[in-house]
Design a protein around this ligand. Sequence first.
Ligand SMILES: *[C@@H]1O[C@H](CO)[C@@H](O)[C@H](O)[C@H]1NC(C)=O
Ligand SMILES: *[C@@H]1O[C@H](CO)[C@@H](O)[C@H](O)[C@H]1NC(C)=O
Length: 259
Amino acid sequence: MEAHHCNNRRSNLLLLLLLVSVVANLITASAASSPIAIASEEKLELTLYYEALCPFCENFIVNYLYKLFDNGLISIVDLKLSPYGNAKIRSNDTIVCQHGAWECVLNTVEACAIHAWPAVSDHFPFVYCVENLTYKGEYANWETCFQKVNVDPKPVLDCYTSGFGHELELQYADEIKALEPPHTYVPWVVLDGQPLYDDYVDIISLICKAYKGSKTPEACLGLSLPVTKHKDTDNTLDNKLLGCMLLAWLSLCRINGIK
Ligand SMILES: *[C@@H]1O[C@H](CO)[C@@H](O)[C@H](O)[C@H]1NC(C)=O
Ligand SMILES: *[C@@H]1O[C@H](CO)[C@@H](O)[C@H](O)[C@H]1NC(C)=O
């Protein structure tokens, strides 16, 4: 089962990232004319190992991961979903899921969707829709997602009922079992071969930090400096910046033992 996460370690890393990005932005701003180093254009590999009914997985997909599609980070990320998680294989290749039979159904349905629409931009909306329902306990309504995201149900239903979805799940089982280091809980997020452990909620800044290519998306540049993309953001961003500075100051205090 999912353990509670270590909040201290995570928030310290977040503070450090915020501090680094504030400083980096100040430096960049003062040296705006210096040439940008052109590095490899390769995308980052990001894989999410999850299971359909794990609350932390639902939360990650519905409240964090979707942002990659909203802020353009998906353009520098090769995102793969692996819907199997902590399920176990019993005799006869029967799969037993951590959160019961419904989870096996929805893992398989999502595996079928990924297979039916291989481009992540095509299957993610469906997976998101299903997880958005399960997050609210409405997993039995998953079939409404075909209509909601406007896709043909047939390939997914055929895949599920024919047993092909079960075969896909067995493949995902092999995939997660082969992980090195092995996964210890879900959501298990791996960025360029490195598990993020509990830091997965900082996915945006971790992606920006890991990216070495030259096509840095605006979302990375705007991590701590105001951007004018959305209306009504100036105040929020100013407040965020103030918040960052306050947090940075607090963390310095903590480091110095003043707190
Ligand atoms: C394995 O599957 C076969 C055929 O579906 C079935 O007859 C048998 O009872 C199953 N064995 C176990 C241990 O589940
Ligand atoms: C997700 O759930 C929220 C809250 O119930 C709902 O307002 C929203 O329309 C859902 N989004 C999708 C894409 O299904």
